[in-house]
Design a protein around this ligand. Structure first.
Ligand code: PLP
Length: 439
């Protein structure tokens, strides 16, 4: 309560704006996930690795706009790319030259030969699902329990935002729609399995012979903390799906670019049939992309699946993405992420041990999360542990000048190329204060 009071006292301007906004803006926020308790902090501006709120408070930004912020704010290369483009027109709904270098760069990083663009992660995963259906003529898909892939009908099942009373047994989760917006006639076509459990995938495939178009998966789960799968999981998963004529689609909306230059595809050495990208790719400009094998992309090229959108491949996003891939996300950038992540992980784990708190840090590349339980393998482990630690940690960081993503235990930090050793130290210091206060 004390930490919440400190926060609400220093965010009076945010509260005033929210109250004013409620008149014309549903709920006084622009998206459901901005509606975070105890307060939605309104931002005035961002520079390098910092943001400043409307009350004038400066924070080290580890929120990173839910994983977008690998460039940090107002990165000179992004500013130059976007302002350079604005002067020459920003929208034609016709192809422009940057399409070629950008798709080649994506092909190099993710090992898939052909790409299309979208404007968000939701659209990218929607295209992946549509493409798997169009290519196989099958209706059902597989999804991991607890994962979030955006807000289209086929994937809005069995996530954390709405946990139903009857979610089924641990090894046979029930597919639960996210509420009345999503008809069960559609969501029942999405079958759910626990993360990391190949036997469950095999059983569902056997129970629905010839019916499953493919599986969409976050290769490292990132909307329930951060969970790395068991060794060899992805290679076996791909082989298993292929044996049943089904496809494997990676949702790399969060992992892509962040955990390695070529995302989880590079990290685990298994190239899936489809990769979905968004978030960090566009350096802060709305973006998304879907890449796939030539055989699958032929179904787009021949219009079997009409992959379409007024803003697809918009020049502003392409200019920013090109700058990201050539000037921002260099080899040095990944070395920088590794150095800062090691310091943050080491500092937090030392404090956890010193104060006898449960938990560990799960981290890769620019991403990391403090997991306040001894074992987190899947959604059921996640549901079983207390969110109060995560929320209190968030408050201590916030009041100590570090902006982590809200929502307690669900989210991860995102480092940018503009964070410094000093920023990492501030995070560790806040963690030590938190641990000393709660142990
Ligand atoms: N997939 C994953 C793994 C995500 O974390 C998100 C958003 O948080 C999405 C898809 C949806 O992306 P967007 O919010 O750009 O629609």
């Amino acid at each position: 309560a004390g930490q919440e009071k400190i926060l609400t006292d220093r965010t009076a301007g945010s509260a005033r704006l929210r109250a004013e906004a409620r008149e014309s803006l549903a709920g006084g926020v622009a998206s459901a996930w901005q509606d975070s308790p105890p307060v939605a902090v309104w931002i005035e501006d961002g520079h390098a690795a910092h943001v400043r709120d409307v009350d004038g408070t400066d924070y080290v930004d580890l929120h990173g706009g839910f994983g977008v912020g690998l460039a940090g704010h107002a990165h000179p290369a992004i500013v130059a790319a976007v302002t350079g483009r604005v002067r020459h027109g920003t929208h034609f709904a016709q192809p422009t030259r940057d399409l070629i270098p950008v798709t080649r760069l994506l092909a190099e990083r993710f090992g898939l030969p052909q790409w299309r663009f979208t404007n968000s992660g939701t659209e990218a995963t929607m295209d992946a699902v549509h493409l798997m259906r169009a290519a196989t003529g099958r209706k059902k898909i597989l999804k991991v329990e607890g994962s979030y892939h955006g807000h289209h009908d086929s994937v809005q099942v069995s996530g954390y935002a709405r946990v139903a009373e009857d979610i089924g047994p641990d090894d046979r989760p029930r597919s639960v729609a996210y509420g009345p917006a999503y008809p069960t006639e559609i969501t029942d076509l999405t079958l759910v399995v626990p993360f990391g459990d190949l036997a469950a995938v095999e059983r569902v495939l056997a129970e629905h012979p010839g019916e499953i178009a493919g599986m969409i998966i976050e290769p490292v789960m990132m909307n329930i903390g951060l969970i790395v799968p068991p060794d060899g999981y992805h290679a076996e998963l791909k082989a298993l799906l292929h044996r049943h004529g089904a496809h494997l689609a990676y949702d790399e909306v969060k992992t892509g670019f962040a955990i390695a230059p070529g995302g989880a595809t590079e990290l685990f050495g298994t190239t899936p049939d489809i990769v979905c990208l968004a978030k960090a790719m566009g350096g802060g400009i709305p973006c998304g992309a879907v890449g796939a094998t030539r055989a699958l992309m032929d179904r787009i090229a021949d219009h079997t699946y009409e992959q379409v959108g007024t803003f697809n491949g918009n020049p502003m996003m392409l200019a920013a993405t090109r700058a990201m891939l050539t000037e921002v996300l260099t080899e040095d950038a990944y070395r920088g992420f590794d150095a800062l992540r090691s310091r943050m992980t080491g500092g937090v784990e030392a404090a956890l041990r010193r104060y006898g708190l449960p938990g560990y840090v799960a981290a890769h590349g620019a991403k990391g999360s403090v997991i306040f339980t001894e074992r987190l393998r899947n959604f059921r482990d996640f549901l079983a542990y207390d969110d109060r630690w995560g929320h209190l940690h968030w408050l201590y960081q916030h009041n100590g000048g570090v902006f982590l993503p809200p929502w307690g235990k669900t989210e991860q930090w995102t480092l940018s190329v503009q964070h410094t050793a000093e920023d990492a130290e501030r995070f560790v210091l806040n963690f030590e204060r938190f641990a000393a206060a709660v142990h």
